[in-house]
Every structure is written in C-alpha cells, then in structure tokens.
Design a protein. Structure first.
Lengths: 899, 121
C-alpha cells in the first residue's frame, strides 16, 4: 500500500517541485542555524560556528539535488530538460532540421501510405465472424480459362460428405440480374446462394434477416438480401425496403434484409438471391451433372480443425473422385483442387503488387534515413566540440546519448507528422489502385495500427540516427580537449560510414530505377499490343435485352427469341441511319471482352496426339456487320451473310488461333468442326458438325498480355443472344454520337440497362489502368530515391571538400592545378557512384525475377532497361559530384591555408 | 567531518542501505517530534559518532518516508525559537517500525548463526 502512496506522491512531485524547493531551502537553512547555535553554545565564535555548520552539511546543492530526485521522478525531469535543449538545438540549425524532416517525411509518408493499404487489403482481420476460419475452394485445370473452373453440385456434395473438418460448406453461383425501377433499369451482379451461405460466411444482417436453409428448394418464395452498398446507392438507405417487393428480371422478389458491409469474393456482388430464382440451378442437369461446374464453394472450419487437416481431407476425397469418375477429370488437363484461407484468396491478386510497393517504400525510407544519418554525421563533427565540453563538465556518455536520441526523436516524429500528411494526400490514389485488385479497398484507412506502425518506424529511425553518431569515448576526453581547436574532418571510421551510406543510396536507387524501368517498358509494350481491332472511332455498348434468367427460360421456351432478334435489328437499323455512322454490328460479347462460354472443339478427320487436350474455344455470336464495325480482318473465306443462321445449314467463322491449331497447312474453309464434351448436354448448344465459312484475325479478348484464345463465331441470327451489345463505327467524334444512340435504345427497350459505353481504345486503356498506376507509383518512388541519393552524394562530397580545404590549399600551393583538384574530388565521388552502381545492378539482377509476373513483353533482365538505368544513375551521380568538385577547384590556396 | 568535538576519530561507517529508515523511525519513536538536525544529531550520538549523516543522505530519506506515509512533517518552533520542520511518527510508521525491527532481528540472528565459530571436525 505504501508503495502506491509513494508513487502517487512522486508523480505529484514532478509538478510541484518548485514549491517544494522553497520549502526545502528553508528546512536546510533551519538545519544550519540549529547547528550553528549548537557550536556557539559550545564556545565557537559565531562566524566559525556557521562555517563549520556549512562544511558539515556536505554540499548543499548536492543535497538539494538528491532530495529533488527523491521527491519527483528524476528521469522524467531530466528528459524534459533534455527535450527542451534538443528543441532549442534544432531551432538553432533550422536548415538542417528542415532538410532532415522533409527527407524523413518522404520516406515515412511513403511507408505509412503503402502500409495502410497492405493492412486494409491483406492484414486486417476479415469483418466476417471468425473470418480466420473461412476457406475458399478452387478447382483448376490446365489450359485457357482453366484457372478456376468452379465445382458441380455432385462434387460439392461428395466433399461435404467425405470430410469432417468443415462446420459448413456453402454454395454460391455468380449471376446477373436487372432491377427494373419505375423509370430506369440497372443491371446488378448477384450471388445465387444456398440457405446456409450466410451462416457459413459469418455475415449478419443490419436490417431484416438473411436466408436460411428454409429458403432452399423449389417451393421457397424468391427472396433477396441486399448488400449494404446497394441498399445505400439504389435505395438511399431506406429501412422500409425490407419486406417490399422489387421487380427483378420481370418478376417480383421480396427484399428480406440488408447485409453488414463486407468484401464480397470472388465476385463483387450487389445482392444475394435464393436458388429458386434460377430454375436451372434446381434442375436435374445442375444437381446431378458432375461436370456441370457453376458453383463456387466457401467453407467454415470447425473451431478445432486446422487448414492443414482440411487440405488433407479434401485431397483424399478429391483423389477418390478422380479415380471413380475418370471421364470427369481428363488426365491430360491435370485437374487440381486447392483449399485456401479466405483472407488469402481475397488478397491474392493484390498481394504481389502491394508487396512490391511496400519494398519500394522501404527502399525510399532506407535512402532517406541514410541521407539524414549523413547530415547528422556532418553536423556531429561540428558539434563534437560541444559534446566534448559537456562530457568534460560531467555529463555521462549515457546522458549525451540520450540527448542525441531525443533530438533525433524530435526529428523523426516531426518527419512522421509531415509524412502522415503526405500519406493522407496520397491515399485516395492508392485506394483507387487497390480497388482494382481487391474488394477490401474500402477498408483502407489510417487506423490505430497504421499510426502505431508509423510511430514505431520513426522510433527505429531515431535509434539508427542516434547510434550512427559517434560520441567522445570516456578516457579520450583529454586528448580531444587538448587538441584545442574545432576539428572538421572527423575520424576515418566516420568517413567510411559516410561513404558506405552513399554507396548504399546509389545501389538502392538503382534497384528501384530498374524495377520502375521494367514496369514502364511493360506499359509501353502493352500499349503497343495490337488488339486485332480498330481502336479509334469504334463505340461499343452493352445492351442486354436478355438477362441470364430470361435466357435460361428461353432454353425451354424459345418462342420469345425472334422478338429479341427483331428488336436488335431495329436498333441496328436506326443507329446506322444516324449521321456519321459507318457501320453497326451486333454481337456477344463485345470485342476485347472474354466470355465464360468456353467449350472443347473437335475437327472432322483430325485426331490429336494422345495426351494432348482438345482445344477450348470461346463461343461468340456476331452479325455480318460486327467484324467490319470492330475492324476484325477477314483472313480467309467469307464473312457471314444475312442468310447465315436462318436456314438449316450450320455455318461458323473461326479465328486464326483455332485455324492454326487444326488446319496449320490448309485452308479451313469448307471443313467441319463441332463442339464437344460432357458439359454440352447442360447447354442449348448442339454438338452437330458446323461448316467453317471464314477465318478472321485474332483479337486480344483475354487481356492485352494474354495469348489469343481460340474462338468460334456463330451467326447472330440463329443464336440465343445472351449479353449482347452494339459495335458502332463512326467517321469521327464518337462522343457526339452517344446521346443519339442511347436515346434510340431507351425508346426501343426502356427497361434494359445500357452499360460500358466506350470506344475500344478507352476499354483497352481501362484494362491496363491499374498496371499504369502501379508503374507510375514505382517510378515516383524511383525518382524520389534518385533525387534523395543525388542530394546525399553532393552533400557528402561538399562536406569532404570543406573538411579538406587546408589540404587542398597545400596541394595547390605545391603546384596542383585546378583541373587536378577537380579530378581528385570527382574521383572520390565517382568511386562511390561506381561502387553503388555495381552493387545496385547486381542486386537488381538478382531481384528482377521477383517481378517476372508483373512484366509483359520484356525480360526481367532486359539489357536495354539495365543499360538505361545504369546510364541515368551514372549521369545523375556525376552531376551531383560536379558541383562540389568545381567548388573545390575554386579554393584560393592563400585563404585556405591561412584559415 | 563527523563530530567536531572528538579528537579521537573512530573508524567511520557508511550508513548501510535500508538501515537509515529504521534508525529514523526508531529515533522518532523514542523522542517523539523532532527536526532534521535533531534526528541527525541523535543518530550520530547513538552510533557513538561512528556514523555521520550529511544532508544529501538524510533529507531524501525523510522525503521518502513522508511519501510512504510513515512520518508526517509540520513547521514549528524549535527549543531556541527557530522555525524548523518537525517530523512525527504516524500510526503506519509505528507499524512499519515494529515490522522492520522484527525483520532486522531475524536477519541479524541469521547472519550471527552463519558467522558463528567453526565446529571442531
């Protein structure tokens, strides 16, 4: 108990020490008087008595100090004094302080910003209940489009029954729907989910309820759960929406609840529907077809189960399935099943980019810290005298070290404060970048953890700065003092450290520049990629008259289809009549966009070598004008005519990739191909032979950096037009055409959303925009690094020149001319730059493989990039050395030696 | 320094860590209310001038005891009408004195037992 009282008293003492001082002095005075009186009583003269009393007191000041230490908390008080001193000391050299703070702010700001993204997107716990127990299952196979082929219902059932680690496995199918309002229509992405989905995902409603297993099955009423975002954007956060019916794909669906905000994966959906919304999902095809893979699977591990156990159990079941149903898992396609923690799966796409940015940011901090260390060292040499005097007056090395640490802490904290401002400024850009890679971008922010990270970082920086400076060693004081004058050059050890820091700065800059160079070359290559299309003056727009739900209904009842075709034809005709329009085509999907309608293709009379999987081609549909409007060249044969697709004969056009695969040395025209594979029986696509009437050029539908996929075009007239749109070629000014074209579509199809209205070149730009931001960020870091490094080189050399002024004066008076002096300084700087270049190029060479996945059209060890980076760094290095070298050459020997 | 009236200076001892608080408490217990100078004198006399106390040792100890609540201080008039700060034992101080005295005896016994003459083999 008395410890607590003592502690409280001491803390209070920190604040009341001045009042206590008076009290103490009075008490001491009384003591001396009492003692003096005693001496006098025993016969001393009053003067002697007082002197004796003072003597025996043994140093009043020390006594006062000791009592003060006991009364308050000495550490805090002396730290406060040091802090005041450090503050004054920095204020007296404002240029140093400002340069150091700005340099540190750049480094710390970059790290704070990037770390806040890393934390929001990769590290933060998921908002789902016990989110660390969620796993995502992914089935993949080799070949285009095989990275994620989903699961069939029987596969999910077998995994569920064959494993014991899961508390639940939920099914989810991506789906698209159209909300038809009174005056407009928007198309939304939704998830068709089993009733246990929300329980498995650990998501709770903020309003109403979520679906439960009671909402499964064909007898359930169609219901919808809104995401928080859709509720806010479409319904203005109106709580009365719960229980209301909304029109979805032409029929009424009851909204039963609004979900908590959460990242949605694998698709960014706007809402969830129960399975009854799609009769197809309840059909025997879907429920019994083992290769009818349309379902995503998420699972929740039991509390005691580990991810390793889950992997092992799932692998066992999967191996059994593969041996039981060999026809569903063609050996040549190398089927795989991965069990991935949900958080990792969400962060997968962002992870490489973010790690790269984090490393780049750390590099920038490294360079800026090195620079400030150099500044501190130079300042330290000038302060050496002051420190020596303080040490001689009794300040311990520890106390001096603490003083420096506080000074550096002040610098680092000020740097961090400015850095946080920089981070806040750059966060908007980073969030928009992260949004392209991760559904968790909205979770990015400067929260307590990020600020903790920043403060931790600045403390580390301050420690580094403090221990890089050398303090006079105990015992060496006398020699330092007897040297008498201010020393300018510092020790050899300090010199080496400074030089080492410059070499490091150059090396790290080279690595960053090389990364930036490679990414920028990738951007150039991507921009140069020939899309196989005309990119300018071609407007595309998605106009989906058939929603997926309507389309599925049309499988069984095709009577509605001719009306849809008629409506597209009408749009085509009316828009073609607008002034400036050259050609209008209709097709699905739009050029440069890929489709999941991908199936195996065989060619009549062609047998592939054993073990080679059949090629998979995209099934696309097009009117005769589609090719001309999009600028897709005809390579062989003919385009479609108006009669194709209307008669009994089945004609198709294939692209060059497919033609080269099956008909490498002959014309495919007149040959026959057919769709094949188990999956076809679940689609309306017939496996009948089709005659190739023409071959068209490849287009980069799978992305600019992907190999062109094989494609088969069907005549629009005979096909089910799912997800179709218009391709409009104009003679100039595409923008001016948009209002007129959309007016026509609105009139003809008032409840159909018109989306992605843009030219092909805009679409192309959009597809590479995230990579561009990424490359720009790395470039910005690289440029920043180089600038800081250049300042560092110049600064160290300038300091070296000023330290060697006398020496240079002697050399010149002994006959060295200005050119020789200049060369001498350039040599000193040049050797540092060269050393940094060698290490940097070696480091970049070794590290380049890491970003291989982010590159396109350029090798990680691209000699041109490396050459350019080396040359650039060398030039900047020489320029940075030049100024101090010229200044050295201007030294007047007479003045230098007299100084 | 020490006692200026003794011509023969016995060996000086430093005040052992932790024993000073006990001495102060005991002094106040015996003499009641006393000022700092008086405490110092009394301790020096009791130790037959083998201990000397300078202010740097005494006053921090007094502050500490006061912080711990074992003694309390108030300004008053000394025997020759000087203002001085007088220290008095509190109830908690009395308890602490009893405890420390007991502990000290135990320690002393223990050390005595260790330092006892060796047995014959």
């Amino acid at each position: 108990m008395h410890y607590v009282r003592a502690a409280v008293a001491r803390i209070a003492g920190v604040f009341t020490r001045f009042r206590g001082d008076d009290d103490l002095r009075a008490e001491m005075e009384a003591h001396i008087e009492l003692e003096t009186a005693e001496h006098v009583r025993r016969g001393m003269s009053p003067a002697d008595a007082r002197r004796q009393a003072m003597l025996s007191a043994g140093g009043l000041t020390q006594a006062e100090e000791a009592v003060r230490d006991q009364r308050g908390i000495p550490l805090i008080e002396s730290v406060a004094a040091d802090l005041r001193y450090a503050f004054r000391s920095l204020r007296s050299s404002p240029v140093f302080a400002i340069v150091a703070i700005v340099t540190l702010a750049l480094g710390i700001g970059a790290n704070t910003a990037i770390f806040s993204v890393v934390r929001g997107v990769l590290l933060k716990p998921l908002p789902h209940r016990d989110g660390d127990r969620l796993v995502y299952l992914r089935q993949s196979m080799e070949g285009p489009g095989g990275a994620n082929i989903n699961f069939s219902v029987p596969e999910v059932r077998d995994i569920r029954e064959g494993t014991s680690v899961f508390a639940g496995l939920a099914e989810y199918s991506p789906w698209a729907a159209v909300i038809q309002g009174e005056a407009d229509a928007i198309s939304i992405d939704v998830g068709l989910v089993t009733g246990n989905y929300f329980d498995v995902m650990g998501l709770a409603p903020v309003l109403g309820r979520v679906t439960t297993p009671a909402d499964d099955g064909a007898a359930a009423a169609p219901v919808m759960v809104l995401t928080h975002e859709l509720w806010m954007t479409r319904f203005g956060g109106d709580p009365s929406i719960v229980g209301r019916d909304i029109r979805l794909d032409g029929r009424l669906v009851t909204v039963i609840g609004v979900l908590q905000p959460a990242p949605y994966f694998p698709d960014r959906v706007n809402g969830f529907l129960n399975m009854v919304h799609s009769p197809h999902h309840l059909s025997a095809q879907m429920v019994q077809g083992r290769v009818h893979r349309m379902t995503e699977v998420v699972g929740r591990l039991k509390p005691e189960a580990t991810i390793a156990q889950a992997k092992a159990e799932v692998a066992t079941v999967y191996a059994r399935l593969q041996s039981e149903y060999p026809e569903a898992y063609a050996a040549a396609s190398h089927f795989k099943l991965a069990v991935i923690p949900f958080k990792d799966a969400i962060g997968e796409r962002a992870s490489v980019t973010l790690r790269l940015l984090m490393v780049a940011a750390i590099f920038v901090l490294l360079i800026s810290t090195a620079n400030v260390v150099n500044l501190t060292l130079m300042r330290g040499v000038r302060r050496e005298h002051e420190l020596v005097v303080r040490a001689a007056l009794g300040a311990g090395i520890g106390r001096l070290r603490r003083l420096l640490l506080l000074e550096n802490l002040l610098l680092a904290i000020a740097g961090a404060a400015v850095g946080i401002l920089i981070a806040v400024g750059g966060l908007g850009l980073l969030v928009s970048l992260a949004d392209r890679y991760s559904p968790r971008a909205s979770e990015i922010g400067l929260d307590a953890t990020v600020l903790g990270f920043t403060i931790g970082l600045s403390i580390v920086v301050a420690l580094v700065l403090s221990f890089a400076a050398f303090l006079p060693r105990e015992g060496s004081l006398s020699s330092l003092i007897s040297a008498g004058m201010r020393r300018m050059s510092g020790s050899v050890r300090k010199h080496r450290l400074q030089h080492g820091l410059v070499v490091t700065q150059v090396a790290v800059s080279v690595v960053l520049l090389a990364g930036a160079g490679l990414l920028n070359r990738t951007m150039m290559r991507l921009a140069d990629v020939d899309t196989g299309l005309r990119t300018e003056e071609v407007l595309t727009m998605d106009v989906s008259l058939l929603t997926p739900a309507n389309a599925v209904a049309a499988f069984s009842d095709p009577s509605a289809i001719p009306a849809v075709h008629e409506k597209y034809a009408l749009m085509q005709r009316e828009i073609a009549a607008l002034p400036g329009v050259i050609e209008v085509g209709v097709g699905a999907p739009m050029p440069l966009r890929s489709t999941s309608m991908r199936f195996e293709v065989k060619a009549e009379g062609k047998v592939l070598p054993a073990g080679e999987p059949l090629p998979r081609a995209e099934s696309r549909i097009a009117t005769p004008e589609y090719f001309g409007a999009a600028g897709i060249p005809l390579v062989d044969g003919r385009l479609f005519t108006a009669s194709d697709g209307t008669g009994p004969e089945l004609n198709v056009i294939i692209n060059k990739t497919l033609a080269d695969k099956y008909f490498p040395n002959e014309s495919p025209v007149g040959k026959r191909i057919a769709w094949t594979g188990e999956i076809l029986k679940f689609t309306p696509i017939s496996p009948a032979w089709r005659t190739v009437v023409g071959v068209v050029g490849n287009t980069q539908d799978g992305g600019l950096d992907a190999k062109p996929t094989a494609a088969v075009f069907h005549p629009f007239a005979g096909s089910l037009p799912i997800g179709a749109g218009l391709v409009i070629r104009v003679d100039s000014n595409t923008r001016a055409l948009i209002p007129a074209a959309t007016r026509i579509i609105r009139r003809l199809a008032p409840t159909t959303p018109i989306e992605d209205v843009m030219t092909i070149s805009q679409y192309k730009d959009r597809s590479i925009a995230p990579r561009r931001v990424n490359a720009a960020l790395i470039s910005a870091f690289g440029i920043l690094a180089v600038l800081i490094a250049a300042v560092g080189i110049g600064g160290v050399l300038a300091f070296s020149v000023s330290a060697r002024t006398t020496e240079i004066g002697i050399r010149m008076s002994l006959g060295a001319d200005r050119a020789q002096v200049q060369r001498m300084i350039l040599r000193e700087g040049g050797s540092l730059v060269l050393g940094g270049l060698l290490i940097g190029v070696a480091g970049a060479w070794l590290g380049a493989g890491v970003i291989r996945g982010l590159l396109f059209g350029v090798a990680p060890h691209d000699p041109m990039t490396f050459g350019a980076v080396t040359a650039l760094m060398a030039i900047i290095g020489v320029v940075a050395c030049w100024i101090p070298a010229v200044r050295a050459a201007r030294i007047d020997p007479a003045i230098a030696m007299r100084a | 320094m020490g006692n200026p009236y003794d011509t023969v200076m016995p060996d000086k001892l430093d005040v052992k860590q932790g024993t000073l608080a006990l001495m102060i408490l005991r002094t106040l217990d015996v003499l009641g209310s006393l000022h700092g100078y008086g405490i110092a004198r009394r301790i020096e006399e009791t130790s037959k001038f083998r201990l000397t106390l300078n202010y740097g040792t005494l006053y921090p100890a007094l502050v500490k005891l006061e912080q711990e609540g074992f003694i309390k201080a108030e300004w008053g008039e000394s025997e020759n009408n000087r203002r001085a700060k007088f220290y008095t034992l509190t109830a908690a101080g009395r308890k602490q004195l009893a405890r420390e005295t007991r502990e000290w005896h135990e320690t002393a016994d223990l050390i005595a037992a260790f330092l006892a003459p060796k047995w014959e083999a």
